[in-house]
Structures are given as C-alpha cells and as structure tokens.
Ligand binder design. Structure first.
Ligand SMILES: Cc1cc2nc3c(=O)[nH]c(=O)nc-3n(C[C@H](O)[C@H](O)[C@H](O)COP(=O)(O)OP(=O)(O)OC[C@H]3O[C@@H](n4cnc5c(N)ncnc54)[C@H](O)[C@@H]3O)c2cc1C
Length: 405
C-alpha cells in the first residue's frame, strides 16, 4: 500500500491530526504507526491531564480556549471534570505579570482575581515569605478549567479516525527512514524526500507524505536525517500522596477542589479527593537536562524539590504517604513554549506542545491537518480562524508563553 499520509505516533496529537485530516478529506489513505499497544500510551498517558484557558500568550489562549470548547461537547466520553484552577502569585510575580493580568478578558475566560481572604476560604495556606520561598499575594481562579482523561481523549480521536476508514498499526517502532535514491551522500541539488519507513520487524511502509507526531522523540528521530526540529525533551515527574485528612490543606469539605499552582519552584497540586489523593508535580528549569533518558520517577526528587515547598505553604500537611510516582517528558519549543508545526520536503512534524498538549490537542490537530492540505487558515472548534504559518519555524508569529508549569 502506498499511503497518502503516514502519521508516526498515536499520542493525543497524532490521533487528533489523523482524525481532522480524514474528516477534511475522507478519500485520503492514512495510516498511523504507533510503538505502544494503545493510543495515548506515550507521554499523553503520563500527563496530569489538567486543562486551563489561563495563559499569558494569545496564541496559547486561542489554542486552549477552542480545544476546551470542543472537549465540553464530548465531556462524558473523556471524563471531563470542571473543577477549576487556582494560580497563586507572590507579590513580585504579580507585579511582573500585572499588565498581562489586567488585559485578560476576565468575563469571557470566566476568571476571578482572589485576594488572601478569598484564597483562605479554599486553602489552609501560609501566605508569608521566608528566605527561600516567596509570599502569596493574590490568586487567579479559573472556573472553566479542570481535568480529563488524556488517554480517553487520544482514544476518542483514534476511534473517530478509524470510524472514518483510517488505519492504525500498534506495537511497531519506526527504526529508520529511507530517503530517495538511498544514497550515502546527497548533492545539494538532489531532491531529497522520505521514500519509506522501516519498523523494528523490518517491515517497510510507503507513503507520499510522512507526519512525525512523535512528541518528545521528535528531535532524536528527525536529527538523524538532517532536520533540526527545534523541539527538546525535558523530564517531568509526578507523585501521588495519600492524604489522611484533606482538611490539612483544604478549608471546605468538597470533592471538587481546583488544581493549585504554588508560587515556588513551579510546584502544582491536582486534588483527587475521592481517592484521598493529591498528585503533585514540579516544573523546574535549569539543572534538568534537555534530553531523553529513563522514565523512572525518583522519590529523592520529591523529597528535595517538592516536599519542602508543600511543607512550607501547608504546615498542617504532615500525615501522608507517597504511594504513586511516574515520569514522562515534555516536548518543549524553546524559547516561546508554543507548539511547532513545520514541513520540509514530504516530511511534516508537529510537536513542541511544551506541557500543554492535552488542553490544546484539538486545535493543534486541526491546524496540522490544514497545513497538510496546504490551506492558509485553519478553522478551530469555536469557529475562529488560525493562520497555519504562525506555528511554523520559518514564519513563526507567536508571543512568549510565561504561564508554564
Ligand atoms: C508529567 C507530565 C505532566 C503533564 N501534564 C499536562 C497537563 O496537565 N495538561 C496538558 O495539557 N499537558 C500536560 N502534559 C503534556 C502532555 O502530556 C503532552 O503535551 C502531550 O501528551 C503530547 O502529546 P503527543 O501526542 O505530542 O506526544 P505523545 O503522547 O508522547 O505521543 C507520541 C507518540 O509517538 C510514539 N512514537 C515515538 N517514536 C516512535 C517511533 N519511532 N515509532 C512509532 N511510534 C513512535 C510514542 O510511542 C507516542 O505514543 C504533561 C506531560 C508530562 C510528562
């Protein structure tokens, strides 16, 4: 079979792209090849699966708002839980972001500014600073945010793609790509494209076009054929704490607590109180390398990078058991932390989701599909238009994302 498109990777981005491409042109023969046994079992499954519309960059907001709008229409299928987001700022952080915060369309985004008194209604928290950790001045509460099942979302797209006649092959890892002419050396005037892929069993896959929706693996794969993807993997770890008494953190008896972002070290909390659990993570920067290594979470990392922050802001939180831990990789596009959708020859790559690929997957899939069809503007789920080239590398037009965790 010579396909029109082969998409490598059935994460949330590859699955969304495949579905939207097939939806826009049902006549295309499209194949997804995935290393895992199910859609979304790469870094998609490793995510905290939180979604929010609160971003500093207009590009991020557009991608997230339209995607979230679509997710509400399939809420039950993807176990969407509207529990909110409470982003806490120190005085210094607040002042640094004041102009961005002032210009947020609070009504449309459904966000409220909380002072200490309002924060205290939710949280039993220490507002003061010490020599290590900053104070807490204000919070932004986003109502229209929450969590969902990231694997269910990837599978929703993968199944919708199959229903339209698309094909997925699981448990196959693409090991190499054969370029046109299969030469050892190429002259600058040679027309170079991928002719076919070879998987771990030696099977060959032919297609006119190849789409790398390979998340954190994108740079390793593409650099081998001379493409600098501009996407870099960074390890992220999450830890599940069984808490004996939620009133040590939360001031109301409620199972619907928002995700909390603390002002120190990028530490965040996803409450799953029906399981007496909080999931905690940390978005560190310098000191954490930009390359793929192992997928093991390290309890020492929890003890050194997360526990001190939790203990400081929640002094009553003492009785808990660390019972769950896992690690995955963000695919960062540095420095603007927005996705990259670029094309060279018959090769397109879509990655650089920078820790917010779940909440933006619908828009990213639509824009990638539109790029593959060579149209200038994509129509997003909220009917707004998005200029496809804005996410390219050559004609990139995005503003820096600062609200990254
Ligand atoms: C700890 C953590 C927390 C996160 N929290 C959130 C969050 O709360 N909200 C949010 O929106 N985002 C979050 N993210 C980011 C989110 O997980 C990613 O943005 C998203 O999953 C990216 O999707 P993807 O399809 O690009 O990548 P992936 O899901 O990794 O998909 C890529 C796929 O390509 C496949 N593949 C790679 N190489 C090959 C090959 N050679 N052959 C065949 N298949 C191949 C892989 O198996 C994989 O399935 C988090 C990420 C991590 C690690």
């Amino acid at each position: 079979m010579n396909y029109d498109y082969i998409i490598i990777g059935a994460g949330v981005i590859g699955s969304s792209t495949a579905y939207h491409l097939k939806r826009l042109n049902p006549n295309f023969n499209i194949l997804i090849i995935e290393n895992n046994h199910r859609a979304g079992f790469g870094n998609t499954a490793k995510s905290a699966a939180l979604f929010r519309n609160l971003f500093s960059s207009k590009t991020s907001r557009k991608l997230a708002i339209s995607s979230i709008k679509f997710y509400y229409t399939i809420a039950e299928k993807i176990k969407l839980h509207k529990s909110g987001y409470l982003w806490l700022f120190s005085e210094k952080q607040w002042r640094a972001n004041e102009s961005i915060i002032k210009n947020l369309d609070k009504e449309n985004l459904e966000i409220d500014i909380y002072n200490q008194e309002e924060i205290q209604k939710y949280l039993k928290i220490n507002f003061n600073s010490n020599d290590k950790f900053p104070d807490i001045l204000n919070g932004i509460f986003c109502k229209n945010c929450g969590s969902l099942s990231a694997v269910a979302l990837a599978e929703y797209y993968a199944n919708s793609f199959i229903k339209l006649g698309g094909k997925i092959i699981f448990n196959k890892e693409i090991k190499s790509f054969k370029l046109s002419g299969e030469k050892v050396l190429y002259a600058p005037w040679d027309e170079i494209k991928i002719n076919y892929l070879i998987d771990n069993t030696g099977e060959k896959y032919y297609s006119k076009n190849f789409v790398f929706a390979t998340g954190a693996w994108t740079n390793t794969l593409l650099s081998s054929i001379g493409i600098a993807s501009s996407v870099y993997p960074k390890k992220r770890q999450l830890f599940g704490l069984k808490i004996k008494d939620s009133s040590n953190i939360f001031n109301k008896k409620d199972e619907n607590y928002p995700a909390i972002i603390l002002p120190a070290g990028g530490v965040y909390i996803k409450p799953v109180l029906k399981n007496n659990t909080i999931i905690v993570g940390c978005a560190d920067d310098l000191g954490q390398p930009y390359y793929l290594s192992d997928f093991n979470a390290n309890p020492e990392y929890f003890n050194k990078a997360i526990k001190p922050v939790l203990s400081y802001y929640f002094p009553s939180l003492k009785n808990y058991e660390l019972y769950l831990q896992w690690a995955g990789y963000y695919a960062y596009h540095w420095p603007d932390k927005n996705p990259v959708i670029e094309n060279v020859s018959n090769i397109t790559w879509v990655s650089g989701t920078s820790g917010s690929g779940i909440m933006k997957a619908d828009a990213i899939g639509r824009i990638t599909a539109t790029k593959l069809l060579d149209y200038e503007y994509a129509e997003l789920a909220d009917k707004s238009k998005f200029k496809v080239s804005d996410l390219s590398l050559y004609e990139r037009k995005v503003d820096l994302e600062k609200f990254i965790i």
